[in-house]
Design a protein around this ligand. Structure first.
Ligand code: 7TS
Length: 407
């Protein structure tokens, strides 16, 4: 896209100027975590330099300033995903904690022996294991909707698995191993027709597209700050207010209470009921800064630019003999997973690193996906708004040189 300001954006990310093994860094591991713009880094430094104190606890000036910035970030998150109210935005450590929270709070309160939880065969371990734990605790049954060889959900099979026993559906919005974007609106409508709530794992979707939780009508939405140009250690659970109100706390401690005696404890109102202990104050504030940064560019423009990057990369990859793309869904985000004949993905990762190129090699915390495609691992290039077609050329030339030497 000619008028996307990629060079201006790149200049905002100091780490992109690093040399790796004497080569310009080509950072293509954005699905694992993405790099941070100066505005995000500055917001952390500014908070600790000028405004830092604990939140919600003091009448002194710094505590008020810190609380205002912290709660201001909550409003920014609310607006970013178009939630109805700040009460619906719970700050957690990340996607993983958000899913565990729903499993242990909503799940334990609402799911019993014989009930079913429905996920898909393309889930990250974070959207598998918390449900397995819940099933062990309650006697519920985990059902898995299958995928096809393009890496797409087989929707008819999914629909068949929505049974009278299904109590919750939890589906990845965009797969980290395949790039597949699921038809989540259709999934949600089908589940709601049977009064089944739906949780979306938005860890990968959130940096790549406009997410509107009211338009989606999802019941829960989870994402991590570190994949959204913000720090690690902070993430968000969105939940519909009525569901969150009815759920028991996930953890006990300070901030989540209104009144404590040894006889009984009265819990705080939303969202604080789910935020026990001192939160990651600076990280929350800088998540707000990341959202400001993204809003100034525009999520729709980012999505269009990244779609162009993916098309370009896919076309180039398809011309390389001996390269097989894993994940060829029609509706796909900016992730290119691949394997090469005769070269193990870990060797691809190590050899590309020697050229300054960072890709991920492994099972991507989605071992069942690897099993399905009968590969031990894949190499994965995942793109962000600061990547360029020139970087994709560097990647493709790197892959070709590997094949020439080792293939
Ligand atoms: N769900 C999906 C779809 C993910 O991609 C990830 C992280 C998670 C959940 C967990 O997020 P966390 O922030 O709580 O760890 N995915 C990856 C990845 O693809 N490579 O490293 C982490």
């Amino acid at each position: 896209m000619t008028n996307f300001p990629v060079e201006k954006i790149r200049a905002d990310f100091p780490i992109l100027a690093e040399k790796i093994r004497n080569k310009p860094l080509v950072y293509l591991d954005n699905a694992a975590t993405c790099q941070k713009p100066q505005a995000v880094i500055d917001s952390i430094v500014h908070l600790y330099s000028h405004d830092y104190a604990n939140v919600h606890r003091g009448v002194h000036t710094l505590s008020v300033r810190s609380t205002d910035l912290f709660e201001g970030a909550r409003t920014k998150v609310k607006d970013f995903i178009n939630a109805g109210h700040e009460k619906e935005i719970i700050f957690v450590k990340g996607t993983t904690e958000a899913i565990n929270l729903v499993a242990q709070s909503y799940g334990k309160a609402n799911i019993k022996a014989g009930d079913e939880i429905l996920i898909t065969a393309m889930e990250h371990h974070s959207n598998i294991v918390p449900w397995q734990i819940l099933c062990q605790q309650t006697g519920a049954v985990l059902k898995v909707a299958p995928i096809n060889l393009h890496g797409e959900l087989i929707y008819d099979e999914f629909e068949k698995l929505l049974s009278d026993k299904t109590r919750l559906v939890s589906v990845v919005h965009m797969s980290n191993a395949l790039g597949t974007i699921n038809p989540v609106k259709i999934i949600i409508a089908a589940a709601h027709a049977k009064d089944i709530p739906v949780m979306l794992d938005g860890a990968q979707a959130i940096p790549h597209m406009t997410v509107d939780v009211q338009d989606l009508d999802c019941d829960f939405y989870a994402f991590s700050g570190h994949k959204l140009y913000a720090p690690s250690g902070i993430g968000v659970l969105y939940g519909k207010q009525a569901l969150l109100e009815a759920m028991p706390p996930y953890q006990g401690g300070g901030d989540m209470i209104r009144k404590v005696t040894f006889a009984e404890t009265e819990y705080n109102v939303l969202p604080y009921k789910f935020e026990a202990g001192t939160p990651a104050i600076a990280d929350v504030v800088s998540l707000g800064a990341a959202i400001d940064y993204l809003n100034a560019i525009g999520m729709d423009k980012i999505a269009a630019y990244e779609a162009e990057l993916l098309d370009y990369a896919t076309e180039k990859a398809m011309q390389i003999k001996g390269l097989r793309i894993i994940g060829e869904a029609e509706h796909k985000g900016a992730i290119l997973s691949f394997v090469l004949d005769k070269i193990h993905p870990h060797d691809i990762g190590t050899m590309l690193d020697s050229l300054g190129i960072a890709v991920r090699a492994g099972h991507h915390c989605a071992m069942p996906v690897m099993d399905f495609f009968k590969v031990p691992a894949t190499a994965r290039a995942s793109f962000a708004m600061y990547n360029t077609k020139e970087e994709i050329d560097v990647l493709m030339n790197g892959i070709k040189s590997l094949i020439e030497v080792f293939g």
